[in-house]
Design a protein around this ligand. Sequence first.
Ligand code: PXP
Length: 251
Amino acid sequence: MINPYLRLGVNIDHVATIRNARGGPRPDPLRAALLAIEAGADGITAHLREDRRHIADADMARLKQGISKPLNFEMAATEQMLDIALGVRPHAVCIVPEKRTERTTEGGLDVISAHDYLLAYVDQLSRSKIRVSLFVEPTIEVIDAARSVKAKVIELHTGAWCHAVEMHDAMRAEQEFERLKKAADYGAKIGLEIHAGHGLDYETARRVSALPQISELNIGHFLIGEAVFVGLRETILTMRAAMNEGRVLAS
Ligand code: PXP
């Protein structure tokens, strides 16, 4: 399946990281979300972590109230997060694995071991009309498991590929890209909607945009970092252009 339009979900977590460095209200993640939408973001993504290191509970509620585009709520599959999500009622939830000691989401969700738990978990969200995606490694077994817990969407973890590109490890990068390509193809064939994200910059976003099965990219850290130098609006416009250039090559 070819998706001519590729959505950009802008993750604003690290605006909250900067805010929390001082503990006051600035910079405001909602302001960043509104600016991102004005510049062309198709949705806003925020990760409410168990330790609340960046996004806070009140941010999720303000984002839901304050933005006109879909809110994608990233969270671990805990009972507390389920209650919060059912209260906030975002457009979508992306379930991610979470370790307290990690700097960022290090790998994909272990859907195989947590199968029965996730089946019930996804069901509760879906019954509340919240679209569920699972953040997974690009492997066939995990993608099969994602379908079997009745997730409609998977988000492919692009972190290993982006890391190899950043390290100039060309061989590894090609292997990782092949894994993503196969996973996107397989996932779409078994009827899943395919998203991708983690570690993307202009170059990697351009390349991954050429995979026609992918309908959404979620990008955060790079965009907020670039915004320090050229502003958020300019950064999002350049990212949008990179994605459009890549998509032209999709076949
Ligand atoms: N998608 C998911 C599921 C994530 O957990 C993250 C990181 O919060 C991202 C996308 C965005 O990753 P990055 O901040 O590296 O662009």
